[in-house]
Design a protein around this ligand. Structure first.
Ligand code: SF4
Length: 471
């Protein structure tokens, strides 16, 4: 029965399981849903089987997103039946971008679902639960874009995210890239006031966070009300957050190249806690395709931003997103993308075959869709290039000493796993007392997806033996 239980006929608490797909914003939203439901008695558990309520916090970015949700719902329907036969009850909810985009269809195809809501309405969860309790089997659908901002109604963040915490500062997007559902599922751009962001950052640090990542769909479009009036941009906000006691590391994601202003770029030179790593999606290296994507920047605009970032912070590492096989992409367009990758040099990158998202302009370009076999071939070529760059970037770390934030046990006993400033996974022999701390590690081994090293004091003590790869 998980954490739920009864005492003297009074329900003490109910168990909540949230399954999260997709981006860091969804991870953040799931934590906030748990905060919203805590005052009405829900406590998180690790398995759907133990839960009184299961929320699927969904993502609409990947291919066949809705089908994956429906197949998960099929499993939950069976669980709901088993619980009902045992005299219990399971509330099933669909949240996130699939809920927002396909709410009515979910209600029609899966009538056993109790609640469907989008990313902008989960602050109303207690009311939705009350409505679902009052009329079981009726289904509660709340996918309107409310006039109020959910941030004004969410309870204070509980500071329980742990060592590495996400903090949403911006949501929604006004850019309308032709392949992307975000402007439709998350709505118009909204920036939280600076005072709210700083207050939440203080709570996270008090709750044990060492690293904070500021989040937004288009995070560097953040333009928030300043405490004394007027607006701040992201560069100023980063400088203010960096001054808070207890902060070890600061990051932000995801950025649009056109919103990378000079003040933000200068912040990279000035703030020691700001990690030298930026995720800066470009999607394509072809101006023709960038225009068709409505990215509103050229490949050369992107190159100039990279140049400025490197001038500001010469050791900066970059990652990016690439879409291959966008409608109308020719071999020459794809060659432009490979050229941009070769010139830029990435620490890592995410790449995907284009697949149409219902309701987006590019999905209607039927004549120009690229055959899947071509997309597969291009994706393999692009990933081979990026993998070579990633391995070279990792190998360049060997022999260097860097701060690692240990955030979980390693695969072997006596080992911890942490993150380098460049988000690389780093394995090292270290005792559990190091968990949640930053420690200096000398890197001895580099692999495709991770590094290995030794704590500096251990390396010094042993004086001399070659550092071995241990992962
Ligand atoms: S900038 Fe990013 S979130 Fe906004 S529409 Fe383009 S891809 Fe989507």
């Amino acid at each position: 029965m998980g954490l739920s239980g009864w005492l003297g006929g009074r329900e003490l608490s109910k168990a909540l399981f949230i399954k999260t797909w997709g981006c860091q914003m969804n991870v953040y939203d799931s934590a906030r849903m748990a905060d919203v439901l805590a005052p009405v008695g829900y406590r998180p558990v690790d398995r759907a089987e133990d839960a009184d309520m299961v929320i699927l916090n969904t993502c609409h970015i990947r291919e066949k997103a809705a089908e994956k949700v429906f197949s998960e719902l099929g499993r939950l329907r069976a669980l709901k039946r088993r619980k009902a036969m045992a005299g219990g009850r399971l509330i099933i909810a669909v949240a996130g971008c699939v809920g927002q985009a396909e709410g009515a269809e979910i209600m029609a195809r899966a009538p056993y679902v109790d609640m469907v809501f989008g990313p902008q309405t989960f602050h109303r969860l207690p009311e939705m639960v009350a409505a679902a309790d009052a009329a079981p089997g009726q289904g509660v659908l709340d996918t309107e874009f409310p006039a109020e901002s959910k941030f004004d109604f969410l309870p204070e963040e509980q500071g329980t995210q742990g060592i590495s915490a996400f903090l949403a500062i911006q949501e929604g997007c006004d850019r309308f890239c032709t392949y992307c559902v975000v402007p439709y599922t998350r709505g118009a751009e909204f920036s939280r006031p600076a005072a709210d962001v700083l207050a939440e950052a203080r709570r996270l640090l008090k709750g044990g966070a060492v690293e904070i990542t500021l989040l937004g769909q288009n995070v560097n479009a953040w333009k928030g009300e300043a405490p004394g009036g007027g607006d701040w941009g992201l560069g100023r906000l980063l400088r203010e957050v960096a001054q808070l006691d207890g902060l070890g590391r600061l990051r932000y994601t995801t950025s649009h190249p056109s919103d990378m202003d000079d003040d933000l770029i200068a912040a990279h030179a000035e703030i020691p806690a700001l990690m030298p790593f930026v995720h800066l999606p470009v999607q394509s290296g072809s101006d023709r395709i960038l225009a068709a994507m409505n990215r509103r920047h050229t490949a050369d605009d992107y190159r100039r931003v990279v140049e400025k970032l490197r001038a500001s912070r010469p050791d900066i590492g970059l990652s990016s997103d690439f879409i291959v096989g966008f409608p109308g992409e020719t071999e020459a367009d794809f060659a432009d993308t490979l050229r941009l990758i070769e010139e830029t040099g990435y620490a890592q990158a995410y790449s995907f075959k284009y697949s149409p998202r219902p309701g987006t302009p590019a999905a209607g370009l039927d004549d120009a869709q690229i055959p899947d076999a071509v997309k597969t071939e291009r994706l393999a070529a692009l990933q081979a290039l990026v993998n070579t760059q990633q391995l070279a970037f990792n190998r360049a770390m060997v022999g260097r000493t860097m701060a690692v934030l240990f955030d979980r046990p390693g695969r072997r006993p006596g080992q911890l796993l942490g993150r380098s400033p460049y988000m690389q996974a780093v394995h090292a022999e270290a005792g559990p007392e190091r968990l949640g701390t930053l420690a200096e590690v000398r890197i001895g081994g580099a692999h495709a997806n991770s590094l290995s090293g030794r704590l500096v004091e251990a390396a010094n003590r042993d004086a001399g033996p070659p550092l071995e790869a241990s992962a």
